[in-house]
Design a binder for this molecule. Structure first.
Ligand SMILES: Cc1cc2nc3c(=O)[nH]c(=O)nc-3n(C[C@H](O)[C@H](O)[C@H](O)COP(=O)(O)OP(=O)(O)OC[C@H]3O[C@@H](n4cnc5c(N)ncnc54)[C@H](O)[C@@H]3O)c2cc1C
Length: 438
């Protein structure tokens, strides 16, 4: 095995590219955007430890001006009458400009010998004899022994794989958030405390929005389970302006639409000659859409597996697939159950959970992991005032826990019939989400 193509300069793809090129493989990353334009024009949180490990340095050796701590957060109920404060603390969330982060990962990949080709649009996989043998691109077909798919949630590589590969392609309702994010000027100086406000079921729509005044200007995110239009974004901004009169109109950064996967990872994400990492395999924490650490860690795991066995056969790549689920996928499958239950409920239920202490600060800080037995019993007593809503929530947790158990025990060997049966069992634990556009 020699040639590796990475579709998209995503975090996981770049982490894998650096390790694989360092081990002597001929690695080419194909990126549709132009050089110097990569990464979102905003700040996000992730673990500096993961970045330092990938760069092969200590956290203390990262540039001291790389990050800033995210201040406390205020989570508001749909009615906006209830507010829960989450204290992230001095060692809590640290945010970094995404362009800086991706440039560090790019430089690292290049330093280890990976080649980056900008302005190349990947259009689909080349498939011969049930094996991915390369990529169809805007600059012609390119052959490879292994294709790493790091081209995001709607990756054309994954979407165009043959059905009999058994890899899930199109996300279901509620599996992705459609977002718009921009940093806007302040009409006048104002700094509320906490500056970071998260609105669940904002304006009673499925999804969330945030308004962060702790960053440069006003960082405004609109996230919904349905695609956003410029009119919808403008409408939501106007609504924000009513209770945030300091929200100015000049766009300072961002102003882009982006997809955030918010679901459990793909049960099967490999085939002969193919492995998905990052958003293309839905590697985020469903409750908060955080996927940088998971993608980078997955890229490292994939590279280690390829290097150890020097093989791009599905039976080897399945080792990576299994290891990812045992280490990370299972927790996110559990989290997915809770997220789906919340999205399946009407906004009035979320108000009820806030008002009755069923959603608490620890739940919001840990993205729904605060589920010890005493905590659940306490919530059960409070939730009995509205059993239907409470049991939908509990059902999501129970189904998520059952799915997590399955993710922790994937089939030992790569066998498509076994993997299919296992995936179907996982799917049977899903809580159905219906998208309501109003
Ligand atoms: C508004 C928002 C806020 C977020 N906040 C956080 C956060 O706070 N913390 C966190 O951990 N995560 C956060 N995420 C999620 C995070 O951005 C992703 O999980 C993460 O970027 C992993 O994505 P990736 O590396 O797989 O691919 P991406 O970052 O999506 O990169 C994919 C790359 O592939 C390229 N590409 C796409 N299609 C093609 C093609 N056809 N041909 C060639 N190249 C292609 C793209 O140009 C891009 O460079 C947020 C996401 C959004 C949208």
């Amino acid at each position: 095995m020699k040639k590796i193509l990475v579709a998209g300069a995503g975090h996981g793809g770049l982490a894998a590219a650096a390790k694989l090129a360092g081990a002597g493989y001929e690695v080419t990353v194909l990126e549709t955007r132009r050089e110097g334009t990569l990464g979102h024009d905003w700040e996000d949180g992730f673990s500096l430890g993961t970045l330092a490990k990938t760069l092969g340095i200590k956290v203390e050796d990262l540039p001291s001006d790389l990050w800033r701590p995210r201040g406390d957060g205020a989570f508001l109920s749909p009615s906006k009458k209830e507010k829960i404060i989450v204290h992230y603390g001095p060692t809590g969330q640290r945010v970094v400009w995404r362009k800086t982060l991706i440039n560090m990962l790019l430089e690292n990949a290049v330093k280890h010998g990976a080649q980056i080709r900008y302005g190349v649009e990947v259009q689909g996989p080349l498939v011969e004899n049930k094996r991915v043998t390369g990529l169809i691109t805007s600059q012609g077909n390119l052959a490879a022994d292994l294709v790493i798919d790091a081209a995001g949630a709607f990756s054309p590589v994954r979407l165009m794989l043959p059905d009999d590969f058994g890899i899930e392609k199109v996300p279901k309702d509620g599996d992705v958030f459609y977002s718009h994010r921009g940093y806007y000027s302040k009409a006048y100086e104002h700094q509320p405390e906490p500056g970071f406000e998260v609105y669940l079921y904002h304006e009673r729509e499925q999804g969330l929005s945030w308004f962060d005044t702790s960053s440069e200007g006003c960082d405004v995110l609109i996230g919904r389970v349905f695609p956003l239009t410029p009119e919808k974004v403008a409408e939501q901004h106007e609504l924000f302006r009513k209770d945030h009169p300091w929200f100015g109109t000049e766009l300072l950064h961002g102003g882009q639409y982006a997809i955030i996967p918010v679901r459990r990872p793909l049960p099967l994400m490999v085939a002969d000659g193919y492995a998905a990492v990052g958003d293309s395999a839905f590697m985020t924490t469903p409750m908060n859409g955080m996927g940088i650490d998971l993608s980078i860690n997955a890229g490292g795991l994939l590279a280690d597996t390829v290097i150890k066995y020097d093989s791009a056969d599905a039976k080897n790549l399945w080792r990576y697939n299994r290891a990812y689920h045992i280490l990370y996928g299972a927790n996110n499958a559990r989290n997915h159950g809770l997220k789906c239950a919340l999205l399946a409920l009407p906004y009035q239920a979320i108000d009820f959970f806030f008002e009755n202490g069923i959603i608490q600060s620890a739940d919001l800080q840990g993205a729904g992991d605060n589920t010890s037995l005493p905590v659940l019993i306490q919530k059960l007593i409070r939730g009995m005032k509205h059993p239907k809503w409470f049991f939908t929530l509990l059902g999501g947790l129970i189904k998520g826990t059952a799915a997590a158990k399955l993710y922790r025990k994937p089939p030992e060997e790569f066998s498509l019939p076994e993997i299919k049966a296992w995936s179907e069992k996982i799917e049977s634990k899903d809580v159905k989400v219906e998208v309501r556009t109003q």
